[in-house]
Design a protein around this ligand. Structure first.
Ligand code: PEP
Ligand code: MN
Length: 645
């Protein structure tokens, strides 16, 4: 049963309630949620719920109807989110775990770890005890393998996952793994589940070869009932009559389980398909279906792999998959989890934060954005920093210039400003500000999908609306929908989130705003109609800003430059030739009037950085010679998820 506690329950009432329930044979677990605190009480004992309800400090008692209790949504309404080392699993992030099927040698796992980390994976997998169908197949390196796995994980700052096949191995494995994996073949090995559960460490529980969803959740219940709190479910395909693929991925189990349970669900497209070429499409489908991430097999040389070679990705296939996931993530409103930066970012003189250390993460970072609370910029900022597990405090500013000022003065560690919308083009004001603030650099980039909703007061309906307010672009982007309501008066407002705040303050049920559905939640307002934007492919790209001396970008792969050209024939061509001759890939080129110099233009360009830093420096020097007033606005890790091929 779920016992919802009254807000502000006295400590002695809480203790008395716990002793009462334990005395009646229940195991009690306290869950502090965002809106309420509950006691989950599970066990086989029978009790009249009214007896519990009458106790002081109890708001209500809700029986859990499912056979799995601790694993159920009834027990915990919010998604479970928990840290595994520097990585948070669950919630809004997509977590990608990758590595070989089995650890084969120290060199092999170190090399794989480098591939995984550099492509954007956040955890390393590798089996040391392999449950093989044939006793004559490679069985894994055992403890030696675990040692190499841990070393490789540590070298790249990644937590490690490895399968445990026997309760007898717990003592040996404890020292090495961050996440115990329970394999498909052992999903119903209840003694193993009990022993591993009692370790109270994160566990990834794979779905059994022929397990129903309920059996799978009951197996998770074993782990939770014996002490585990951080359980990750992993759908890896089930046995069907189909033999073309190794297993059949039950893709519908993802939304089903996400509804039934609060636990994060990962998908293993490698074991699900058994075929390397199928890993990418099936993995992306899993993310589209709502998975919280993937676990995939990758190996420096899959053809030489000692196990599961045919389903194991080549390094370049894994890199491509990560790029595709990056491109898909804003469509499903997710952000790909990243490892914290390993180098220091001196954020401000007063707030010096080592981005890699969670101890230093106690100091929450301040990030300035333009707009009212709940603005798209704030949503983008929170997602961007959350994906790297950085706690941030978003600070609302009235104007874009205020964002730059706050960064420059060190009042905030970072700023975020929109640079470009995929339908409406560049936000020139921010490019101009980048020129006016030469001490500020672009250090990161993120993009989110713009999904507008019509938002009103709690008692509003579509019929009660007579007037709609929003920022002009928001109105423009919803023209098709608005045209269907010619009776509505449409009034531009300075800001989308501000429009929602205004509707709330007015309490007027005839007034509606256009903004993100999250903004409605933020202000306790009602979404009258979701996804009213005319074009679903509506994205805004944001730049993360920092002061130049603090600007250490994470593995940059893109540069933004600005320059003008001499007023001579072929001048722009000469600049482009610098890039062409060096095989540098141009991603954006845009001209813009130079402020105060009528009929003269400057050019903004985004160019992919070559792997070799010296090559870029040379190109920059050559461009400097060919152009005028060349400036580097920043180098950063691109989020555009484009395909290099
Ligand atoms: C594995 O992940 O290496 C593995 C053996 O997976 P499964 O238990 O899903 O077959
Ligand atoms: Mn395998």
């Amino acid at each position: 049963m779920v016992v919802v506690l009254e807000q502000g329950i006295r400590e002695q009432d809480k203790n008395a309630l716990r002793s009462f329930l334990e005395g009646r044979g229940f195991k009690v677990r306290e869950v502090i949620g965002e809106s309420e605190t509950i006691f989950g009480a599970v066990g086989s004992a029978q009790i009249d719920l009214r007896e519990v309800e009458m106790r002081p400090g109890v708001a209500k008692v809700v029986p859990i109807s499912k056979p799995y209790k601790l694993a159920s949504r009834e027990f915990k309404r919010e998604d479970s989110v928990f840290p595994v080392g520097p990585v948070k699993v669950g919630g809004n992030r997509l977590v990608v775990i990758a590595g070989p099927c089995a650890v084969e040698s120290r060199e092999q796992i170190l090399e794989t770890a480098e591939i995984v980390a550099s492509s954007g994976g956040v955890m390393l997998r590798g089996g040391a005890y392999k449950p093989r169908t044939s006793p004559y197949s490679f069985q894994g390196l055992g403890e030696e393998g675990l040692r190499y796995l841990k070393e490789a994980g540590e070298a790249f700052g990644m937590p490690v996952v490895s399968e445990i096949v026997s309760p007898l191995h717990v003592d040996r494995m404890r020292e090495y793994v961050d996440v115990f994996q329970i394999g498909a073949r052992n999903m119903q090995n209840f003694e193993l589940l009990k022993t591993v559960g009692a370790e109270k460490r994160a566990v990834m529980l794979k779905r059994g070869l022929a397990a129903t969803i309920e059996e799978w959740l009951m197996a998770a219940e074993y782990l939770l009932a014996h002490g585990a709190e951080d359980v990750i479910l992993c759908e890896r395909g089930i046995r069907t009559f189909e033999t073309y693929t190794r297993n059949s991925l039950d893709i519908s189990s993802i939304p089903v389980v996400k509804k039934l349970s609060h636990l994060p669900v990962l998908v293993d497209p490698s074991h699900a398909t058994g075929i390397r070429e199928k890993v990418q499409p099936v993995g992306l489908a899993a993310i589209a279906a709502g998975a919280d991430g993937l676990i995939v097999e990758v190996h420096p040389d899959p053809d030489q792999a000692l196990s599961d070679g045919p389903q194991t990705l080549f390094p370049e296939q894994f890199e491509k998959l990560m790029r595709d996931i990056e491109a898909l993530s804003p469509v499903v409103g997710r952000e790909v989890a990243r490892l914290p930066q390993r180098h220091r970012i001196a954020a401000t003189p007063s707030v010096s934060v080592d981005a890699g250390a969670s101890a230093a993460g106690d100091v929450s970072l301040r990030v300035a954005f333009q707009g009212a609370r709940g603005a798209y910029s704030e949503i983008a900022a929170l997602r961007y920093f959350d994906a790297a597990d950085r706690e941030v405090e978003a600070v609302s500013m009235s104007h874009f210039r205020d964002v730059f000022e706050a960064v420059l003065k060190g009042e905030v560690s970072f700023g975020i400003v929109p640079l470009e919308n995929s339908l409406m083009g560049s936000i020139h004001e921010n490019y101009d500000l980048l020129l006016q603030y030469p001490d500020i650099r672009i250090v990161g980039e993120t993009h989110i999908r713009i999904q507008h909703s019509l938002i009103g007061t709690q008692d509003a309906t579509l019929d009660s609306i007579t007037k709609v307010i929003s920022q002009a672009p928001g109105i423009e982007q919803c023209r098709d929908f608005l045209n269907r309501h010619p009776e509505w008066e449409i009034v531009p407002f300075y800001d989308t989130a501000g429009a929602v705040a205004h509707v709330r303050d007015s309490g007027d049920r005839s007034l509606a705003a256009i903004a993100h559905a999250r903004t409605a939640e933020y202000y306790g307002m009602k979404v009258l109609r979701e996804s009213i934007e005319s074009n679903a492919r509506n994205y805004t790209r944001f730049a993360i800003l920092a002061r130049e001396e603090d600007a250490v970008a994470r593995e940059p792969d893109m540069a933004t430059l600005v320059f003008s050209t001499p007023d001579t024939p072929g001048a722009l061509y000469e600049c482009m030739r610098v890039l062409a001759e060096r095989q540098l890939n141009l991603k954006k080129l845009e001209s813009r009037p130079i402020l105060g110099e009528p009929w003269r233009y400057m050019f903004y360009l985004d160019v992919e950085l070559p792997g070799d830093e010296a090559a870029f420096r040379q190109a920059y020097a050559a461009l400097e010679a060919a152009s005028r007033d060349l400036r580097l606005l920043g180098t950063f890790r691109s989020s555009r998820g484009f395909d290099r091929s």
